[in-house]
Design a protein. Structure first.
Length: 533
């Protein structure tokens, strides 16, 4: 069957509720940036056994128990994504991305109150805000939609994926998600592709361009109580509140056969709150040695989230922009996710008053991420409150177990003081890949997370490497710290999931887009001002 024409129907605006708990979207809320005070960042965050830095409040809360004096600290800086491309040209098509490569960032503010309870014992209290994640990122890429299978040329496209899924379900009223609904429509509201005798037609693709600007943050508010026993054992607990503000604007365009095109736009916003608890311990196994061992565990973050999104899909002729079909969708949805547990062990050692060495290992099984959807609630007559209840999205969680995996994090750091009041710091992080290389965003899952999805793209990011350095200077009760961090992650971008036919020789039934190589390289400059009292 030749696929050579497009049905331009008279289309109205449709409004569809959209679900959100989808693996590739939920995982954005798991990982923490290396951020906090400049001293912590300069040493690569490897201070979970060394302690006595307010940033350890969010990983090993026992680190607050090593403070012997009270202090306040304030941190901020600049985040730069200098290598990001804000304009692309591919196959005679141009796109421009509106986004900021350079972003000022307010990263941390907090205090520690150290209270002596004995000759060698303290009971300390602390509060700290820090930016747990900075979502600022420009992502752009381009690629071909023409491939080869057994020396046969195959074509792929987003609208072809919708058509193939439709044809395999063989019902005019079928919808898998909002994008499929835009391309296919239904009996009462035709879509942008022609349907003849129950078979959806489509247009072969030649190439694509994609651009996305993500911005926003997760703010962490941590409350801590900690202390020590005879300066040998340090214990701490932190209760945290998270504040989510994620925004994304995406544009995807394809060059199609017959000098035609398709565009899809997505504007997405996720907001909400979460809470967690962190427990930690540090101990000195040898009484007359400064060598320390740290252990900690962080509970899942229990997120309660709201999604608001809008999307538009256009199809038309390059030479005649007035002859265009379009659909728009708006989405609003409330849902929940529970992030994985995190476990850590750390070693710390000091030599005299001039050298400090730290190493930390963390593990978190990302595949245990729990996507949940709200299933109603109940009214408490005694207190007069309404409580929303939720259940696990088992179908999406099965996909999460396939796509995500356990993540190992290694932190190394050192601080050297050539003179009493000056410090030089170096650090390194390695974070193993969180995605299975064969993972994909499955648009066929029977889940609220895909039922009305407004996009199809996904990226399987690889390992992350962070390199840090810093300087510190103390002047009486004031201290000044600076840090620089370079972070690099490479990944494979896909515009949509691959679709292969049941019969291998059905070359028209292939819809496979090869991966496009992308990277996220980020530079951060951070300054901390503090006062001890």
């Amino acid at each position: 069957m030749k696929k050579r024409y497009l049905y331009l129907a008279a289309l109205g605006l449709i409004v569809i509720p959209a679900a959100a708990q989808e693996t590739y979207q939920s995982e954005k809320l798991i990982e923490n940036d290396l951020n906090g005070t400049a001293r912590y960042v300069g040493m690569g965050g490897a201070m979970e056994a060394l302690g006595a830095d307010i940033s350890t409040i969010s990983s090993n809360p026992a680190g607050i128990g090593l403070f012997r004096s009270s202090q306040v600290a304030l941190s901020g800086g600049l985040v730069v994504q200098g290598s990001a491309k804000t304009s692309l040209n591919y196959d005679n098509t141009d796109i421009s991305i509106k986004g900021h490569k350079n972003n000022a960032s307010f990263d941390q503010i907090g205090f520690v109150w150290a209270h002596r309870t004995g000759n060698r014992s303290f009971l300390n209290f602390a509060f700290n805000y820090h930016k747990g994640q900075n979502f600022d990122q420009i992502l752009s890429t381009a690629g071909s939609l023409i491939g080869q299978v057994n020396n046969n040329t195959i074509y792929a496209s987003q609208n072809k994926l919708s058509a193939l899924k439709y044809n395999n379900n063989a019902t005019d009223s079928w919808q898998t998600n909002a994008l499929d609904a835009a391309y296919i429509g239904n009996t009462s509201n035709p879509g942008m592709l022609s349907i003849v005798n129950g078979v959806a037609d489509y247009l072969d693709g030649k190439s694509y361009l994609f651009g996305q600007y993500q911005h926003g943050y997760i703010g962490n508010y941590d409350f801590n109580i900690s202390g020590n026993i005879n300066d040998r054992v340090y214990l701490g607990v932190t209760f945290g509140i998270q504040d989510v503000h994620y925004h994304s604007n995406s544009f995807y365009t394809e060059n199609l056969e017959n000098s035609q095109y398709s565009n899809s736009f997505e504007s997405l916003r996720i907001t909400g709150t979460g809470f967690d608890a962190k427990f930690g311990a540090i101990f000195r196994p040898i009484a007359d040695s400064p060598f320390r061992i740290g252990l900690y565990v962080n509970t899942p973050i229990f997120y309660d989230l709201s999604l608001s999104a809008s999307s538009d899909v256009d199809m038309g002729f390059i030479s005649n922009p007035d002859n265009t079909a379009s659909r728009g969708n708006d989405a609003d949805y409330d849902y929940k996710i529970n992030t994985p547990w995190k476990f850590g062990v750390s070693l710390g050692h000091t030599i005299g008053n001039y050298l400090a060495l730290g190493a930390t290992y963390e593990y978190s099984d990302y595949s245990t991420l729990d996507n949940r959807y709200n299933d109603g609630g109940y009214y408490d007559n005694w207190y007069g409150d309404y409580y929303q209840t939720s259940v696990s999205d088992d179908a999406m969680n099965d996909n999460t177990k396939f796509v995500l995996k356990g993540v190992h994090t290694l932190k190394l750091g050192a601080e050297y003081k050539p003179i009493k009041d000056m410090a030089i710091r170096l650090g390194y992080n390695y974070i193993s890949p969180k995605f299975n290389k064969n993972g994909f965003r499955d648009g066929s899952i029977a889940s609220p997370g895909t039922a009305y999805a407004t996009s199809t793209d996904y990226t399987n990011w690889g390992s992350t490497n962070r390199f840090t350095c810093g300087l510190g200077y103390t002047m009486d009760k004031f201290f000044f710290d600076m840090a620089y961090q370079y972070s690099s992650t490479n990944g494979d971008f896909y515009p949509f999931m691959s679709y292969t036919p049941k019969v291998a020789t059905d070359y028209e039934g292939y819809n496979v887009a090869n991966a496009s190589k992308v990277s996220n390289k980020r530079n951060q400059v951070l300054l901390t001002l503090g006062y001890k009292f």
